[in-house]
Structures are given as structure tokens and as C-alpha cells.
Design a protein around this ligand. Structure first.
Ligand code: NAI
Length: 480
């Protein structure tokens, strides 16, 4: 029986390994982590992450050929294939601070593999890493090998949170990079054999190591760039009276462009896009390509601009001050169908409103109060370290309250900001919400989930990103 061990039981390690175990009953899969609470949660009925379909997959395999453990060294030493799916945060100090990837967790995982391994191993990079990380890992392993042979593969993960199980069941592609040597090719084949249990062969792409590493960074940069492109156009739509949904539809109809990832919004979030682009920027700078670095940096600048622009719209519309006013925030996760809040635009919007002294009442169907309070108190990039190394829960910020109901959050509010596109926000009884709010009552839709005309008919003053402006807002232009 082939044995797989995955180091890192997070958003990537957990679901990917659960699906491998589900699709390959002949393979034993153990997911290990230094976080005792995370492993305990994976072994309980309350999994540590919310992902549609994940519970079923885990329940069917757990205890059969899928295990979660903190006994890292034992399972690493017994495995044939070791996936490494640990955090790769942005460095906050030293060389490359604010851009380069911090490989502390990766390096410690590699050194631990070298310490405990007694038989040959295939080590698979699942985390998103800078180009040429495999070379560094290879050096750590071979210099500490004591006769054990290692093959390093790059197998970046392309799943999207919220649709992870679907993405893993039917991936657009699986990418495997390896050394172009006979041993390297054999290792690539061994990993290909795992995926071939359910992924059609023509969807398994094999490349050299560096192409695989760079493809992941490039893919995320392209995806984020589409969002920044449509968001840049949304600002122009508001200035000219065009409707960004109509423009995006017309543009996306061109088969060379395609319709996906063209929704204007308050900005992209999630653990990867910003981090991976900063990483790409840093690599470009290190390779003497400042123009290329500037090009990709602009994708992040537009994202920051969009978040600032949204806050400025809220404040300027409400007579240039939200001081002491209750603002309801509907949605805190970085997108629907996940409880993940890493780099969510809601953090920057809430901080912006708090900076103007607003009182904020937040509702999200999947994010806990503790998480929201941590996020609002955390420094930039601290979120991407293992949970037990993050700052403890902060003392409550008194201008922030968290509710478990959208109606409670909006009661007595002056304005409502919709920051995540949860389906339930489309179905809310907006008449009831309006009746219980201060007047004039404002809705700022950062995800274009409501029909602005319907809400205007109720009496709301409505701002929808990139849509023709309410006459009220036209008189109060916001600059970023
Ligand atoms: P995560 O933070 O949810 O999980 C990482 C886990 O690794 C944590 O539970 C942490 O305790 C554990 N860990 C850290 N160092 C360890 C060590 N030395 N030994 C054992 N466990 C250790 O992170 P997530 O989201 O799963 O991301 C992991 C990697 O995958 C990152 O490089 C990320 O960029 C990449 N990725 C993430 C995607 C996503 O949608 N979240 C998608 C594709 C790639």
C-alpha cells in the first residue's frame, strides 16, 4: 500500500488529502500538523474549515484510509510520498519585507523530513512557493540525507475556496513539475499514478520544476488582474454613467476573453492573490525586471484603490462623516461559501469606517465573532502564520458588535454595506430592513448582489459598484 503523508492540515492540505483518500482506497493518507487544535477539529464532527461537500468526503474515509495526526515524525518517516502544504506568508521584516515569501515553515518542515527519514522519499511542494524553492529544499534534504534519496516535485494546488471539493473532483488541470532525470521522471510518474485514479490523463500536465512553480504564481496573477481590470473599469463607469455589468457582459462574450472572473466588486481577497503577486513582483525585481514588477504591482494598487474608493463613497454619501453612526456590515468572509477571512476586503473597509469613528455591526453566516475581532486587531500579514502563533484574541473594540442575524445587524443603522456575495443577502426582506433603519437609509453594495432599482423603490439610497449613480451620490463625489 502506498503511504502518503501531508504536512499542513489547512485549507489546502485537508481537502486535497481527503479527496485523494476518497478517490484512492488503496492509498493510506495521513495529514499531520503542529496545531493540536486543528488536528482535533479534523477528527471531530466540527471540521476546522467550512467547504461545501467536505464533511461527506471526510466522513466516508476518516478512520479507513484517511487519518489526521499530530504525530508528525512517525508518519513522515513511514510515508513514500510527502506533500508539504504549510504556510508561506509574506515576510514582514528583513530582506524582501512586504513582498518576498517567508519560507520559515517550509524550511523547518524540510529539515524535519531530513531528520526522521530512513527510506527514500518523494517530497511534493503543495504550498505556493517562489520559483526555485525546490532547489533550496533539495539542498537542505541532500545535505542532511544520511544516504536517503529524495526527489522533489512541484504540484501546486489550483483549488478555489468555496468550490474546493468540486475543483478537486474535476480539476481543469493537475500540474506536476519534476527534474528531467530518470529518477525525476519516475517520481513524476508515481505522483501521476495517484491522480490518474480519477483525473483524465490529458488533464495531467508535466513540466520542469521551475515552470510548475512559476505557473502557479502566474495563474493567480492573471486571475487577480482580471478582477483589477474590471474594477478599474467600474470606476470609469460610475464617472460616465455606464453600467459595469453590461460592459463586463459585452467584453466577456468575446471568446478570447471569456465571461468568468469579470464581476466588479469592492476588491479581491483571500490568502493567495496578494501574497502571490507580491512574491512575483519580488522575483521580478531580483531578476532585474523592474518594468515587469511594476506591471504586476499595479494589480494590487488597483485593489487597494477600490477598497479605499468604497469607504470614501460611504463616508462622502453620509454627509462626509460616519462618526457615531451605526453601519451594518453584511458579510465578512472574502467570498461566499467559505468562512475564510484572510485578506478579506471587509477588514480594510471596516478599518476605514472605524477610522472615521463609525459604530459597526457585523453579520456573516460563517465567520465567528472571535475571528472577526482577531482580524480587525491583527497587523498586516500576521494572519498567514499558524493559528497558535497568531496574537491572542484581542480585547473587544467597543465600536464593533457582531450579530448572528442580518436583521439584528441592520436595526437602527444609518447605512448597510454588503461586502460578501452570500446568496442569502439576495433574499433578505429589504422592506423590513428599511423600516427599522435611520433615514435617509443607505445601502452600499460592494458585490452587486441587490437590484438597485428595487431598493430605490423602497426608499433606500443605493450605491452599487460600477452602476449608474443615484442622484444623491452624484452630488457627493468620492475620490480615492
Ligand atoms: P493554512 O494556514 O490553512 O494551513 C497551513 C497549515 O500548516 C497550518 O495548519 C499550520 O499549522 C501548518 N504548519 C505550518 N508549519 C508546519 C510544520 N512545520 N509542520 C506541520 N504543520 C505545519 O494554509 P493554506 O490555505 O492551506 O495554504 C497552504 C499553502 O497552499 C500556502 O502556500 C498557500 O499559498 C497555498 N495555496 C492555498 C490555497 C487556498 O485557497 N487557501 C490555494 C492554493 C494554494
Amino acid at each position: 500500500m502506498v503511504k502518503i503523508c501531508c504536512i499542513g492540515a489547512g485549507y489546502v492540505g485537508g481537502p486535497t488529502m481527503a479527496v485523494i483518500a476518497f478517490k484512492c482506497p488503496s492509498i493510506e493518507v495521513v495529514v499531520v500538523d503542529i496545531s493540536v487544535s486543528r488536528i482535533a477539529a479534523w477528527n471531530s464532527d466540527q471540521l476546522p474549515i467550512f467547504e461545501p461537500g467536505l464533511d461527506d468526503v471526510v466522513k466516508q474515509c476518516r478512520g479507513n484510509n484517511l487519518f489526521f495526526s499530530t504525530n508528525i515524525e512517525q508518519h513522515v518517516s513511514e510515508a513514500d510520498i510527502i506533500f508539504v502544504s504549510v504556510n508561506t506568508p509574506t515576510k514582514t521584516r528583513g530582506l524582501g519585507a512586504g513582498k518576498a515569501a517567508d519560507l520559515t515553515y517550509w524550511e523547518s518542515a524540510a529539515r524535519m523530513i531530513a531528520d526522521v527519514s530512513k527510506s527514500d522519499k518523494i517530497v511534493v511542494e503543495k504550498s505556493t512557493v517562489p520559483v526555485k524553492t525546490a532547489e533550496a529544499i533539495e539542498k537542505i534534504l541532500t545535505h542532511n540525507s544520511r544516504g536517503v534519496k529524495y526527489q522533489i516535485l512541484s504540484n501546486p494546488e489550483f483549488l478555489a475556496e468555496g468550490t474546493a471539493i468540486q475543483d478537486l473532483f474535476k480539476p481543469d488541470r493537475v500540474l506536476i513539475g519534476g527534474r528531467e532525470t530518470p529518477e525525476g521522471r519516475r517520481a513524476v510518474q508515481a505522483l501521476k499514478d495517484v491522480y490518474a485514479h480519477w483525473v483524465p490523463e490529458d488533464r495531467i500536465i508535466t513540466t520542469n520544476l521551475w515552470s510548475a512553480e512559476l505557473s502557479k504564481l502566474a495563474a493567480n496573477a492573471f486571475l487577480a488582474q482580471r478582477i483589477s481590470s474590471v474594477n478599474a473599469i467600474s470606476a470609469l463607469c460610475e464617472a460616465t454613467g455606464a453600467n459595469v455589468s453590461e460592459v463586463a457582459y459585452a467584453v466577456g462574450k468575446d471568446s478570447r476573453v471569456g465571461p468568468k472572473f469579470l464581476n466588479a466588486s469592492v476588491g479581491f481577497g483571500g490568502s493567495c492573490f496578494q501574497k502571490d503577486i507580491l512574491n512575483l513582483v519580488y522575483i521580478c525585481e531580483c531578476n532585474g525586471l523592474p518594468e515587469v514588477a511594476d506591471y504586476w504591482r499595479q494589480v494590487i494598487k488597483i485593489n487597494d484603490y477600490q477598497k479605499n474608493r468604497f469607504v470614501n463613497r460611504v463616508v462622502s454619501s453620509m454627509f462626509n462623516t460616519v462618526s457615531g453612526k451605526k453601519i451594518a456590515v453584511l458579510g465578512f468572509a472574502f467570498k461566499k461559501d467559505t468562512g475564510d477571512t484572510r485578506e478579506t476586503p471587509a477588514i480594510d473597509v471596516c478599518k476605514g469606517l472605524l477610522g472615521d469613528n463609525a459604530k459597526i455591526s457585523i453579520y456573516d453566516p460563517q465567520v465567528t465573532e472571535d475571528q472577526i475581532r482577531r482580524d480587525l486587531a491583527m497587523n498586516k500579514f500576521d494572519w498567514d502564520h499558524p493559528v497558535h502563533l497568531q496574537p491572542m484574541s484581542p480585547t473587544a473594540v467597543k465600536q464593533v458588535s457582531v450579530t448572528w442575524d442580518a436583521y439584528e445587524a441592520t436595526k437602527g443603522a444609518h447605512g448597510v454595506c454588503i461586502l460578501t456575495e452570500w446568496d442569502e443577502f439576495k433574499e433578505l426582506d429589504y422592506q423590513r430592513i428599511y423600516d427599522n433603519m435611520q433615514k435617509p437609509a443607505f445601502v452600499f453594495d460592494g458585490r452587486n448582489v441587490v437590484d438597485p432599482e428595487e431598493l430605490r423603490a423602497i426608499g433606500f439610497i443605493v450605491y452599487s459598484i460600477g452602476k449608474p449613480l443615484d442622484s444623491w451620490l452624484k452630488d457627493m463625489p468620492a475620490v480615492a
